[in-house]
Design a protein around this ligand. Structure first.
Ligand code: SF4
Ligand code: SF4
Length: 393
């Protein structure tokens, strides 16, 4: 099971409970006066981090210290970061600045994004609309909350994973190769080996752009790394550009993505061939670890990709997801789930239904699920408790 990348610092927490209200899947709760993130529920969307103004919650990544553990190191740079540059020259300066952090090679991911977009749109499936997402938040959301749509997901691997595998095959003569992924949002941080990602990831370390950028800035203006960017790679993470494709419904922003999934669940979007879903506002260039503005990044793309030809032709076969997409799936049978929810509804009728969060849970329904799972009891409800104290008086 993938872990949550959300890290909590008790000393910084002011107990405002904003993170509990912000989490769309009710993965955050308060217990014994400290915040708990339920790993099995968390989709790593980062909304709790955005809601926390005290730095009580942060997205945890690797550090540059790990560079020293390898003979040869590569840093992967997503198009979301490149699009924050206003010109190709600025982008080439940025790539050189990243290399000067100590990497042997810095690789632009836009050709891999472009290839995955092309292969996804060409993918043949009977389950319409097909759902494309290069984001693990959407994939996890579907697996946990919209399971009837699992068969609609196109089984494409993530561009950074495909790039890492491709590079490993090309760098066999370099000794131990360390692959670092520069990440624009919390969910990308899981694209690395355990503890946050999976053991079999081809990526060794995930770096937060927010943490790394102050160091990169010191290296700007010291040279340029030549780039050949892929326009389709930028389109793959930009909903405005994706909307140019006929019969593709592209949506950005968590709430809108959830709304689209609800409509799809009830068979209301059959006129579309493809749903392309990016939970960050403005697509990946709106990632919360980025320093730029998603609207400006969209405007930068034409000048960045003018006359560019880069696109990855030789990794198309690597795009298909090789692991079982259902591997993390809830293994409970349908009947067990029905029985579980029957008990939840029974408990829910005993709770006051105020969704006040005084118990530390976002809603009474989540509290009821916790009670049925054996993690809480009715006596943990503050409202019921105070009512019974009144009765005693
Ligand atoms: S990252 Fe998203 S899903 Fe995970 S706890 Fe925070 S708000 Fe909830
Ligand atoms: S948002 Fe959550 S983690 Fe941040 S200060 Fe408030 S209660 Fe603490």
């Amino acid at each position: 099971m993938m872990e949550s990348v959300v890290a909590y610092t008790l000393e910084r927490c002011v107990k405002c409970m904003k993170c509990i209200q912000a989490c769309p899947v009710s993965a955050v709760s308060m217990e014994n006066n400290r915040i708990i993130v339920a790993h099995e529920r968390c989709t790593n969307c980062g909304r709790c981090i955005d809601a926390c103004h005290s730095q009580g919650l942060v997205a945890q990544g690797s550090t540059l210290v790990d560079i020293a553990n390898y003979d040869y190191t590569v840093c992967l740079v997503p198009p979301a970061l490149t699009s924050a540059c206003r010109s190709k020259e600025e982008a080439e300066d940025l790539f050189n600045g990243i290399k000067l952090l100590g990497f042997d090679e810095v690789v632009d991911l836009s050709p891999y994004y472009g290839t995955v977009l092309r292969e996804s749109l060409a993918y043949q499936t009977e389950n319409r609309p097909a759902i494309v997402s290069m984001c693990s938040v959407v994939n996890r959301l579907i697996k946990t909350e919209y399971q009837v749509l699992i068969d609609h997901l196109i089984p494409m691997n993530y561009p950074a994973e495909i790039a890492a595998r491709d590079l490993r095959m090309k760098l066999t003569d370099k000794g131990t190769v360390g692959i670092f992924n520069m990440c624009e949002c919390a969910s990308r941080l899981v694209h690395a080996k355990y503890p946050y990602g999976t053991l079999d990831s081809e990526i060794d370390h995930a770096l937060s752009i927010a943490d790394t950028f102050p160091l990169i800035r010191k290296n700007l203006g010291k040279g340029r790394q030549k780039l050949n960017l892929c326009r389709d790679g930028f389109a793959a993470m930009d909903t405005a550009m994706l909307g140019e494709h006929p019969r593709v419904l592209a949506a950005d922003g968590y709430d809108k993505v959830q709304n689209i999934l609800e409509l799809a669940e009830f068979g209301r979007l059959k006129e579309f061939d493809v749903l392309y879903l990016l939970p960050c506002f403005n697509g990946c260039s709106g990632g919360q670890l980025l320093f730029g503005n998603g609207y400006l990044s969209h405007q930068n793309i034409p000048s960045l990709t003018e006359k560019e030809t880069g696109c990855c032709q030789d990794v198309a076969e690597e795009c298909i997801w090789r692991d079982s997409f259902m591997a993390e799936e809830d293994q409970r049978s349908f009947m067990e789930k029905m029985e579980f929810f029957r008990k939840v509804n029974e408990v829910l009728e005993k709770l006051p239904g105020y969704d006040c969060s005084a118990c530390g849970m976002r809603t009474c329904r989540i509290m009821a699920e916790e009670i049925v799972s054996g993690n809480r009891s009715l006596s943990d409800c503050h409202i019921l408790n105070s009512a019974s104290r009144e009765d005693v008086k």
